[in-house]
Write a protein that binds this ligand. Structure first.
Ligand code: URC
Length: 296
């Protein structure tokens, strides 16, 4: 038996970089969390501690800050620039993965007017991008997490089998709520990144709102399908959607009825509905998804 070194990668995780565009009195902010990981021949460092091939994680962090000096137009474009740079920096580096989270900031309104340089963190929602450089090919997977949505009607759930442990009542009227995690893979590396991101996000929201839901699974499929129908440059959408249960509260102890008015928002356990919707005529690119946590 021989013991061999298996797959490995290394990099700097969670570089928090904030870039302020002060070119006009109306400042803009970009707030990113950037993680880089390099792949290639680093066996000497692992086997003997010879660091001749190790582009330090400290240098990777410095590169993120240095590149930010030129401004950050979008997470995707910044990720492409970094991944291409790292992947091309030394012959023994065969690939790079750059994952970015973008945190939104809204302007504080003062006297009803959005302020020029005072901001409030937007909700929990985070925009994400992962750029993978592999064999000189670039892959871009964009996404979002924690997009919390709720429909107060237009959701039913019935027709499921009833085994010995099924107690859930069938319902023709329920609240449907979820926190969407979505990732989608582009077939292009040259897009209007903000425009196409907004289109995908809006399309998912519209599909959630306008689908009369017979199951969260059906809503998930409708959201993914709508994105593929609307944006030709998206090859595949992966969605993870917790079913944030809202149970009708029994008020009978107080002599009160409850005609779909008062609910208990339960936080756990929750149903977890996950799925991918893809075009069957686009070749898969599993490398683009490597390192993505969980299903998405
Ligand atoms: O939309 C739903 N899908 C399920 O699979 C499920 N299971 C459950 O208990 N409630 C629901 N709701």
């Amino acid at each position: 038996m021989a013991i061999v070194l298996g797959p490995n990668q290394y990099g700097k995780a969670e570089v928090r970089v904030v870039a302020v565009d002060r070119s006009t009195p109306r400042h803009t902010l970009v707030d990113l969390n950037v993680s880089s990981a390099l792949r290639g021949d680093f066996s000497a460092a692992h086997l003997t501690g010879d660091n001749a091939h190790v582009l330090t994680t400290d240098a990777q962090k410095n590169t993120v800050f240095a590149f930010a000096r030129d401004g950050i137009s979008s997470p995707e474009a910044f990720g492409i620039r970094l991944a291409a740079h790292f992947a091309g920096s030394y012959p023994w580096i065969s690939g790079a993965r750059v994952a970015l989270e973008s945190y939104g900031w809204d302007r504080i309104a003062v006297g009803g007017q959005p302020h020029d340089h005072a901001f409030r963190r937007a909700g929990a929602e985070v925009r994400t991008a992962v750029v993978t450089a592999d064999d000189a090919q670039l892959h871009v997977v964009a996404g979002l997490t924690d997009l919390v949505v709720l429909k107060s009607t237009g959701s039913e759930f019935w027709g499921f089998p009833r085994d010995a442990y099924t107690t859930l009542a069938e319902t023709r009227e329920r609240i449907l709520a979820t926190a969407v995690t979505a990732r989608w893979r582009y077939t292009s590396t040259d897009l209007d990144w903000h425009g196409v991101y907004d289109t995908v996000r809006t399309t998912m929201l519209e599909a959630f709102a306008s689908t009369h839901s017979l199951a969260l699974q059906q809503t998930l499929h409708a959201m993914g399908t709508a994105v593929l129908e609307t944006v030709p440059e998206v090859a595949e959408v992966r969605l993870s959607m917790p079913n944030k249960h809202h149970f009708l509260q029994d008020l009978s102890a107080f002599g009160l009825d409850n005609p779909d008015v008062v609910y208990h928002a339960d936080d756990r356990p929750y149903g977890l509905i996950e799925g991918a919707v893809l075009r069957d005529d686009v070749p898969p690119a599993e490398v683009a998804w490597q390192g993505t946590p969980g299903f998405v």
